[in-house]
Write a protein that binds this ligand. Structure first.
Ligand code: HEC
Length: 151
């Protein structure tokens, strides 16, 4: 009996660890994306004039976006963690794992767009807003193809 219980634990534990590793990876990439959302959102409010433009604050946000854009976050996109695998947890469409070339093409545009924003952010509201549009386009292109809608 005791042996059976131990055997059952030994079988179930790897499954549990794997499930946690998947949801951890999802949380990590979602937190990363939230960071993007905060910085881009703040600059967007300045661009629209909802918040007064401040060169130093804008530069700080742009620096953060550029630093993030250079990070390789592919390790968080573990197979088995799509919105089909983990409904209600993951909002990354299965297409993300099926169309690596397209993901790579869009993701590859993020760093150059972020570098352009970094150069422009402290130069004035209009310059920042123009370059922010370039970054926003990359975010949007990727979400259109690879992010599931939250309902
Ligand atoms: C290469 C593709 C790609 C790019 C580029 C990208 N995203 Fe995302 N984003 C995703 C995917 C996929 C998800 C869903 C992640 C998940 O739920 O596992 C997501 C989710 C999000 C979320 C929701 C996070 C949450 O709370 O769950 C926000 C906010 C976000 N992205 C903002 C941005 C912003 C802002 C940019 C541009 C600076 C950006 N993203 C660029 C693919 C991308």
């Amino acid at each position: 009996m005791r042996k059976l219980v131990i055997a059952a634990i030994a079988i179930s534990v790897p499954g549990l660890v794997a499930a946690n590793a998947l949801t951890d990876a999802v949380k990590q990439r979602q937190n990363f994306m939230k960071g993007y959302g905060e910085s881009v959102g703040m600059l967007a409010r300045m661009a629209k004039g909802e918040v007064e433009y401040d060169a130093a604050t804008a530069q700080g946000a742009a620096d953060r976006i550029a630093e993030m854009a250079h990070r390789d976050t592919s390790a968080w996109y573990v197979p088995g963690s799509s919105s089909a695998d983990l409904p209600g947890v993951s909002y990354a469409l299965p297409a993300l794992w099926a169309d690596g070339a397209k993901v790579g093409e869009i993701a590859g545009r993020m760093a150059p767009a972020a570098e352009t924003l970094k150069v422009a952010a402290g130069e004035g509201r209009a310059q920042m807003a123009g370059a922010l549009g370039g970054v926003g386009q990359v975010c949007q292109d990727c979400h259109k193809s690879f992010q599931a809608k939250k309902d």
